[in-house]
Ligand binder design. Structure first.
Ligand code: SAM
Length: 252
């Protein structure tokens, strides 16, 4: 059973990349259904207004809860096995591979993900409060990282791509998901090389040309451990991500 993903935004054109590459192909192959909706379709005034000034004063505009509520009610699929409302915000929990895996499981079980892409100073806080209080919807506020974007569209694209590539059939060779960075081994991936074996005075490590699969495996593992220790020691100590631990000690 294939699930569906819906995106609500005031800039549907921002989501055009979802027609391209592996995600576009997955949609055309019927592996994934994605709907992109213009939030302004749920406005009722002549100017199609989605925002207003903040109560309490201050700079910028805030997106109105009434428009968001009507839009979300219109897009949420009542008979879906699950409904997850994803709200991109710099105040959310950091996006991780573990979350991508969790969301991919929901989609492959036929569940629905709905992205609410904020703009301006964000969405009136009562929207997440309302849907968090509903038993039929799970709300996740997600941050891409500690910086501020202009809107949630790029965050939705990032999360959709991370999720879609984990769905069965989307990546041609599922083996390529096994040793990736942030995967089950909890390591960054080892460096990779292709032809030619020598380029601008730089040679591919001999072991990779040896045909000895045991040696290649140990070399790759050692490089993965080395890279992780150097670039992301938090992954090894587990401080950055509690579910990530080294599967076995460093190879010599
Ligand atoms: N005033 C908000 C704050 O300081 O938390 C920032 C609003 S931002 C200009 C507009 C929208 O961009 C947000 O509602 C959110 O949808 C999106 N956004 C900005 N930074 C983001 C991030 N790091 N991760 C996910 N979404 C982000």
């Amino acid at each position: 059973m294939s699930g569906r993903i819906d995106v609500l935004t005031i800039f549907p054109g921002y989501l055009a990349p979802l027609e391209l590459s592996l995600v576009g192909k997955a949609r055309r192959d019927g592996l994934l259904d994605i709907g992109v909706h213009d939030l302004r379709d749920w406005t009722s005034d002549r100017h199609r207004t989605v925002d207003d000034t903040p109560f309490g004063g201050g700079a910028g505009m805030v997106m109105r809860p009434d428009v968001w509520g009507d839009a979300l009610d219109g897009v949420l699929v009542a008979d879906s096995p699950s409904r997850t409302l994803l709200v991109p915000t710099p105040a959310g929990a950091r996006m991780t591979q573990a979350l991508a895996e969790e969301l991919a499981l929901l989609v492959s079980a036929g569940g629905q993900l709905v992205f609410a892409c904020g703009r301006y100073e964000g969405i009136d806080a009562r929207v997440t409060e309302h849907y968090s209080g509903r038993e039929d919807v799970t709300v996740r506020e997600i941050s891409l990282g500690d910086y501020v974007l202009n809107g949630g569209e790029v965050a939705a694209l990032v999360v959709i791509e991370a999720v879609a590539r984990l769905l069965p059939g989307v990546i041609g060779n599922p083996e390529s998901l096994v040793e990736e960075s942030h995967g089950a081994a909890g390591l960054l991936e080892y460096p990779v090389y292709t032809k030619p074996p020598s380029w601008r005075g730089l040679d591919v490590p001999d072991v990779l040309l040896s045909g000895d699969h045991g040696r290649i495996r140990s070399w790759r593992r050692a490089r993965a451990v080395e890279r992780t220790a150097l670039r992301r020691p938090d992954l090894i100590t587990g401080q950055g991500s509690p579910q990530i631990r080294l599967a076995r000690p460093v190879d010599a």
